[in-house]
Write a protein of this length. Structure first.
Ligand SMILES: Cc1cc2nc3c(=O)[nH]c(=O)nc-3n(C[C@H](O)[C@H](O)[C@H](O)COP(=O)(O)OP(=O)(O)OC[C@H]3O[C@@H](n4cnc5c(N)ncnc54)[C@H](O)[C@@H]3O)c2cc1C
Length: 460
């Protein structure tokens, strides 16, 4: 397959031809449709290396050079010029780490994930030419609403065969943003305040929720947040740029630090996988792209030790496992759950027999979905009592914010309409209105300082 692109920006001609040949072997044209070259997957990577993936250019230069070295060594020609079976042999060995002097498995995984993005991300990013990747998947692209019938059907939702991209939506999804009174994006570059009563390290979910409480009590509060103040209009309805499991441009701090973890002290640490969930770097925090399941703890969760010991005896616990009762009870916390549920706007019903509420949830439960219905039917047949999970999503207009349109972007993304609450929508403006809240974005705290008695007395 000959290249259909000649306008590569980041890759040299040999690198581009090598990448196209690799991608075409991994996703060849066949009777099911176009292959990677025609879909423009290499062009996608080339564009990304000039922008969002600029830090990976060295990986590509080294990896593609290693492929050509290997193919010259084995077959006497550079990679794009050898036969398809020979290319497949080298790619297989790349995956199995069997190349000369090159540990190729990481590069193989990088190629695989970037190939998927180039094939199936919105054409806006330079790949998925003519929506060929979506046509192959029979994916309808970007739609800003789904009907109740579509949510329930067991057939493919094909939107009548129409495939839409971000480009087709034009400005339909865009929201007009008013400036937030009292917020100045440049304040972060000013010299730090010397005396304050409260320092919020991160104006994420909890920092933002407590900001107005302190500020209204007359305390001088400073909030230091490494992300920007994102607003509804910043949340492009787009899986590549806005999803926490892809480029994660919502979590640059998370992505640049690559958190590591281990389960026990004597274990070596390993990179955190996506399953740990990516933190949002932005005023409002991870509630911006969270799943919005808002379950209360059950009453016995607050008295685990007594509960286990009354029911089974504490000797059921594995060795070295400890549990404790909380110093507060469900009954004491219940009014605060209710307060927060009213503020967030929680949708659900009262069919969960394990949770007692002093007031019904403010909104009715979400529409039934096909998957949920399968679960309901299966569990009911087993004699169980399934119930819809309470979610922080507007099932009707709520406090000036619209009802959900049940798009694919209603869960796991920032809401571009405000149908899902996060504290940047209400709490932060409320705190700023007091005049006591000094919000500084693009400010990362690197050290917490303490006095000689170990009390925290400042930050850097
Ligand atoms: C993908 C995902 C899905 C989730 N789904 C659910 C769900 O369905 N239901 C549910 O109840 N919970 C869910 N959660 C969890 C929920 O979002 C978190 O429990 C909640 O956001 C925690 O609030 P927080 O303020 O502690 O942290 P965050 O909201 O993450 O805020 C932390 C803030 O600190 C800032 N920060 C980080 N480092 C620094 C630094 N060095 N200096 C200054 N500031 C810093 C960050 O930029 C961020 O703004 C989900 C989380 C994720 C990531």
């Amino acid at each position: 397959m000959r290249s259909v692109d000649s306008d590569f920006l980041s890759l040299t001609s040999l690198e581009a031809r090598t990448l196209e040949a690799v991608f075409e072997r991994m996703f060849p044209a066949d009777e099911n449709g176009a292959g990677a070259v025609q879909i423009g997957a290499a062009r996608y990577v080339d564009r990304a290396l000039a922008g969002a993936y600029a830090d990976r250019i060295i990986d590509y230069q080294n990896g593609l050079a290693a492929l050509s070295t290997e193919s010259r060594h084995r077959f006497g020609k550079v990679f794009p010029e050898i036969a398809e079976e020979q290319q497949c042999e080298i790619i297989r060995d790349l995956e199995k780490k069997c190349l000369l002097e090159f540990d190729g498995n990481r590069f193989f995984e990088l190629l695989r994930s970037h190939l998927q993005e180039g094939l199936f991300a919105d054409p806006e990013y330079g790949g998925n030419r003519d929506k060929l990747g979506w046509k192959f998947l029979r994916h309808p692209g970007v739609w800003l609403e789904n009907s109740a019938e579509e949510n329930l059907t067991d057939k493919e939702v094909d939107k009548g065969g129409k495939i839409q991209s971000l480009g087709d939506l034009g400005s339909n999804w865009k929201i007009r943003q008013e400036p937030v009174n009292g917020y100045d994006p440049l304040r972060g570059s000013l010299p730090p305040s010397t005396e304050v009563d409260v320092i919020l390290v991160g104006v994420g979910s909890i920092g933002a929720i407590v900001a107005p409480i302190f500020a209204k009590a007359g305390l001088r509060v400073i909030g230091l947040e490494p992300g920007p103040y994102r607003r509804n209009g910043d949340y492009l309805p787009d899986e590549l740029g806005a999803a926490y499991y892809c480029r994660a441009n919502m979590g640059p701090k998370f992505a640049s630090e690559i958190p590591r973890w281990r389960r026990a002290e004597n274990e070596p640490t390993q990179e955190a996988t996506f399953s740990l969930g990516r933190m949002m770097n932005s005023v409002g925090g991870s509630m911006i792209h969270y799943g919005a399941w808002m379950r209360r703890f059950h009453s016995h969760h607050f008295r685990m030790e007594s509960y286990i010991s009354d029911r089974w005896g504490t000797n059921v616990l594995p060795e070295r496992c400890r549990v404790a009762d909380w110093p507060v009870s469900y009954e004491q916390l219940e009014p605060y759950y209710t307060l927060l549920e009213e503020q967030i706007g929680i949708a659900g019903d009262d069919t969960n027999p394990f949770v007692q509420r002093s007031r019904p949830l403010p909104m009715p439960a979400t529409r039934p979905f096909r998957l949920g219905e399968c679960f309901r039917e299966a569990t009911t047949a087993l004699g169980l009592h399934p119930h819809p999970v309470a979610v922080g999503m507007n099932t009707r207009p709520y406090r000036g914010r619209p009802a959900s349109t049940y798009t694919a972007w209603s869960n796991g993304f920032g809401s571009y309409t405000g149908d899902k609450w996060d504290p940047s929508l209400t709490c932060v403006p409320e705190a700023l209105r007091t005049g006591n809240f000094d919000l500084r974005t693009q400010c990362r705290v690197i050290r917490i300082l303490s006095d000689s008695e170990g009390h925290v007395d400042g930050i850097e």
